[in-house]
Design a protein around this ligand. Structure first.
Ligand SMILES: O=C(O)CCC(=O)C(=O)O
Length: 288
């Protein structure tokens, strides 16, 4: 009889204890919870998205709220909604969802603040891919207790451009990213040799209603969406409350909002020399 193999912590973290989740995150830099939200919660988020997207109908150029791109079919699509928590109560409520915040608390401690939110729609377009990058260089902080939570409104698959990561790469520290002409990070690594060993890359498909989270120094990218449907996911960046931003944009809705615990009015610093992002004019380049 063939024994079914138990999914790893990286594939199904919810089946493991808090200690096991933390140990895996510290070692590998990511966790996946394939079944986080209920069908009802997912339905509420999808309706909220449809409501907000109705406002973007007819747009052919980006605005403060929507980043617009042209799809492979020639149609215009919303690529990203900036600061979705400012545009719908359901998105605002999501950042306080205890199912998410409990996991985050276990990893970065009881005092948690928001850095920013965005909703990546990854429409069917080659432009909707994300180059290899880390998040930290876009918004460097005084320590590394900063992580990205991705809540999937649609299943992400290899066909529609799921995340590809290099597990363990967060332990290599922040890498320099190249500056574009206008001073923004161009989301390109200066030294791509860290990506050479492709046997280390893994794809991270996540079902709709699932959650993936990764450390701010995790090397990650995602490919084009080769289907004819968008792949929507809300990204929530949380940080420890004693982790202070030393660069990057600070004007997002909810920047620094206390999510849980208290502000200790103390800063925890790590040693190192890091390149700071320049003045970033293109909002799409601003946050990785
Ligand atoms: O949505 C994706 O596939 C990747 C998102 C990402 O890497 C980012 O927003 O920094």
């Amino acid at each position: 009889m063939v024994q079914a193999t138990r999914p790893t912590v990286g594939q199904a973290a919810g089946a493991y204890s808090a200690e096991e989740q933390k140990a895996f995150y510290e070692d590998q830099g990511y966790l996946v919870f394939p079944e986080l939200l209920s069908g009802e919660e997912l339905g509420t988020l999808r309706s909220a998205l449809a409501e907000v997207l109705a406002e973007a109908e007819g747009l052919t150029e980006s605005t403060d709220k929507f980043s617009i791109t042209r799809g492979t079919d020639g149609k215009y699509y919303v690529r990203r909604i900036f600061s979705p928590i400012a545009h719908h109560q359901a998105f605002h409520d999501l950042v306080f969802n205890p199912k998410i915040v409990d996991v985050v608390e276990n990893l970065i401690g009881p005092n948690i603040q928001l850095h920013h939110t965005k909703l990546n729609l990854k429409p069917p377009s080659k432009e909707a891919r994300f180059e290899w990058h880390q998040d930290y260089p876009f918004f460097p902080h005084t320590n590394y207790d900063l992580l990205a939570v991705m809540i999937y409104f649609d299943a992400s698959t290899e066909q529609n451009g799921c995340l590809t990561i290099v597990p363990g790469s967060h332990t290599w520290g922040p890498r320099n990213h190249m500056f574009a002409k206008d001073g923004a990070f161009s989301s390109q690594l200066e030294d791509r040799s860290v990506l050479e060993d492709r046997s280390r890359w893994i794809n991270v498909p996540v079902p709709a209603g699932g959650m993936e989270l990764h450390h701010c120094n995790m090397l990650h990218s995602s490919g084009p969406n080769q289907t004819d449907q968008p792949r929507s996911a809300m990204v929530i960046q949380y940080r420890a409350a004693d982790n202070v931003a030393v660069g990057g944009a600070t004007t997002h809705a909810g920047f620094g909002m206390q999510i849980r615990g208290e502000n200790p009015y103390r800063v925890r610093m790590i040693e190192g020399v890091f390149k700071l992002p320049g003045e970033i004019k293109d909002p799409l380049q601003r946050d990785g």
